[in-house]
Design a binder for this molecule. Sequence first.
Ligand SMILES: [Zn+2]
Length: 324
Amino acid sequence: MNDYIKQWHNLILNCSFDNTYKMVWSKALVELSVNVSDEVDKDIIIFDFDDIAKLCLKYYWNQTIYFDLIQSPNLKKPPEILNHIKSLITHFFDAKNSVHPVRFEKIDFNRLQLIDKYEETVKRIITTLKKDVCWRFKILNSNTYDIYELDRKKGKVYFKRQDVLTLKQNSDLLFTFINYRWTQMLEGFNYSPRISRKVRAIDENNIKRVSLKKFHKYLDLMFEDSKRKCFYCGEEIEDSNLSVDHVIPWSYMFSDDLWNLVYCHKEENSEKSNRLPFEEDIIRLENRNIALLERMENATKEYDQLQMALEKNYVKQFWISFKG
Ligand SMILES: [Zn+2]
């Protein structure tokens, strides 16, 4: 490994677990290096805090709006950047009149008349980057690594040309280090399942919600007269109004499992990503699963999975961990 990359490697993989600021900071610098031309003829390449802050906002926005991942060990005092971003997300939901998550890259803050709020958020992120992050990232065990120069007043980062091109050439490797360390940190303060898959899916722009139609044939086993009833209100559901709901939210589980799926009226299928199910619904879901297993053909993959979910008590376990 090149000496310069070795320094980055050390800083990324050994930085402390206070919060994940150093992850967004380093990731933004690497992403900006990718845009530098190989033929650049300046000796010093300058990155602006404004561009860095916008990338930090993008990373945190996507992790928060889809999965509400916690970014520091202190639940009572979340990192201030996160507070600003959550407030921007709230404004976004209000403007859209929907809590449906949307990737940052797809949002036109101008059209939503949120450009002022957006710019204010960027400014606040810059303040924290200047105060707490930019210089701390260079320090490990009280050694300062000479990987870039800073002008905190002007909000600029200065790289030697060769260094920035080395970053660019090794960007895939560095993104892998950063995501690995970030996942490690997130696993320290989040109890939701599939953290590494969530981090990767966001990075690869690969958050697909697949059709749940393939579960109909199992869910239908509960309704012999082919009149499907809503899990929540108990009323019959017209075909045009039928939807399949994750009782423990999809954003938490990031998985479609028969043991967690029920029929419900479309309008009751909460889009809200972090709704906490009532205990009585959890008990009814457990009973539903016992009854459903009896009706299923055994020796199929779905049967085995449902049986395991019952044996391992997944409904209660995941509900308790989601409740926190
Ligand atoms: Zn209903």
